[in-house]
Design a binder for this molecule. Structure first.
Ligand SMILES: NC(=O)c1ccc[n+]([C@@H]2O[C@H](COP(=O)([O-])OP(=O)(O)OC[C@H]3O[C@@H](n4cnc5c(N)ncnc54)[C@H](O)[C@@H]3O)[C@@H](O)[C@H]2O)c1
Length: 268
């Protein structure tokens, strides 16, 4: 049966207050700009003060509502405080996009306790704390959306990414499980698994490679990818915009891959 409330093809997010972790650069930044262009009021949590300043001034010159605050998502009290500031500044939070993450490529047996703790604390616990703090406010208005930015590495292995992959798989499991208790509160919870996307994170990985390794990397991406190219952050942000809109009103507890077909096929 068709949903009687036919949603408009271009979603308006004028009633939404969004908190995005890791929104200063890369995918998170593009999500911030995309949702703000659709009318949402956006609050970014990040540790990169300089990039947040640039984002705020870009938003201001385009009449978009984007505020930022310094917040390390591995510090739960700081996250809780930031969500209170978001509410007092912009109103009750109705959307959380947990995008902040770090990628440490190491042979697993050489990882220190501190490195392991950091990857877990930022990528997994940080995302969960953001979801929890956002859901406290969403439960008061009986609606909302949580989106975890996972990765194709949750399901497809890459050398040297044990801890990162474990956190990303954890986020998919968290979205699925959290959707159970979120549903009755009117909240949908999903994850997105991007493939290779052109962001500062990718550029940092490439900077550590010599020319030959970088060429090999691009050749591998093209070979492994149905669309023969690296993705653009906007191609992830557009999926976030869809998922938080009324057009996706029956989607919860699932993972959407945005990977140019990387995980769909095995090319030989
Ligand atoms: N770029 C890719 O190819 C790719 C692929 C799959 C998944 N992802 C995921 O997408 C998300 C965004 O990735 P990206 O490529 O834009 O990364 P990026 O490194 O370009 O940006 C990450 C942002 O998170 C912020 N951040 C890092 N640690 C933080 C902390 N402790 N507290 C608050 N903010 C913090 C950084 O300052 C930065 O602004 C991540 O979750 C990443 O794992 C990226």
């Amino acid at each position: 049966m068709k949903n009687s409330a036919s949603p408009s093809p271009v979603p308006s997010l004028a009633d939404e207050v969004v908190v995005i972790s890791g929104g200063a650069v890369g995918i998170g930044r593009e999500v911030a700009l995309t949702l703000a262009r659709l009318g949402a009021k956006v609050f970014v949590l990040d540790i990169d003060n300089e990039s947040m300043k640039l984002l705020e001034s870009e938003a201001e010159s385009n009449q978009l509502t984007i505020r930022t605050t310094h917040c390390d998502v591995s510090r739960p009290q700081d996250v809780a405080d930031a969500f209170i500031v978001a509410k007092t500044t912009l109103g009750p939070v109705s959307i959380v996009v947990a995008s902040a993450a770090i990628a440490l490529y190491r042979d697993f047996i050489s990882m220190t306790d501190a490195e392991l703790d950091r990857v877990m604390a930022v990528n997994l616990e940080g995302a969960l704390v953001c979801a929890r703090e956002g859901m406290k406010q969403m439960s008061e208005i009986n609606r909302g959306n949580v989106i975890f930015i996972s990765s194709v590495q949750a399901t497809h292995s890459l050398q040297g990414c044990v801890a990162y992959a474990a956190t990303k798989a954890g986020l998919i499991a968290a979205a699925r499980t959290l959707s159970l208790e979120a549903g009755p509160l009117g909240i949908r919870v999903n994850s997105i698994s991007p493939g290779t996307i052109d962001t500062p994170m990718l550029r940092r990985d490439l900077a550590a490679m010599n020319r030959e390794q970088a060429d090999e990397f691009f050749a591998n991406v093209r070979e492994a990818n149905v669309l023969d190219r690296i993705g653009d952050p906007a191609e992830v942000a557009n999926v976030v915009a869809f998922l938080v809109s009324e057009s996706a009103s029956y989607i919860t507890g699932t993972d959407i891959r945005v990977d140019g077909g990387f995980t769909a096929v095995k090319k030989i």
